[in-house]
Design a protein around this ligand. Sequence first.
Ligand code: F6R
Length: 245
Amino acid sequence: MNIIVTESYEASAAYVANMISELINRKPDCKLGLATGGTPVPIYKNLIEMNRAGKVDFSRVRTVNLDEYCGLTGDHDQSYRYFMDTNLFNHVNIDKANTFVASGIGDPAANAAQLDAKAAEGGYADLQLLGIGNNGHIAFNEAGDKLIAESHIEQLTESTIKANARFFEKESDVPTTAITMGMRSILAASCVVLVATGAAKTEAIRQLICDGAVTTHNPSTFLKLHQNSYVVIDRTLAEAAGYKG
Ligand code: F6R
């Protein structure tokens, strides 16, 4: 695991946006695994600026997203399809036919099978971007006694529902289930980049970077088993987590 400590979250976002743009420039038809939530927003802003400045071309890039809330249609303003369209896809020259966000509507088993098929189609992601939940979840693979390899429907934990309530009018509006990519497709990416900031992530990050354990009680710790994984955090979070370098 490569641990990158930056001076600020802005610097982390610029660092990761550069990793992504360098990959696209090296491999214009690369496949990106993308995440939603608050953390990637400044990364996507950087990529939009680079695209406008002619520094990166998305015309042949393919993307697959990690997850989607169950029960929300793609045009719902809290769906992850809507998030991706409004925070990235609508503002760069990507062909939306080359983007995939799982459906949270319809037959759950068929949707999960489709997500696994899309993750594998033409090879797994060249780069998988990840945020991390306060409880260490990656995508919506929640902390608990077991993890599931395949894409599946996950019951969101109390901690995740509370954390995500900030995006909804009220906590009871947050869907309680989501479709998520499973651990296998995430870890099959050639390169996995986890980005984190904020005090709420301290304990999850401490377990990830200051402790040797790999545990289903913090799914992010499985990144320790990946040959080409990066954790990008700002100095404030690194110090809070007790990281000594
Ligand atoms: C979102 C996702 C989640 C988030 C995590 C952190 O697609 O997969 O695992 O990355 O919940 O969310 P934020 O960035 O809002 O703190």
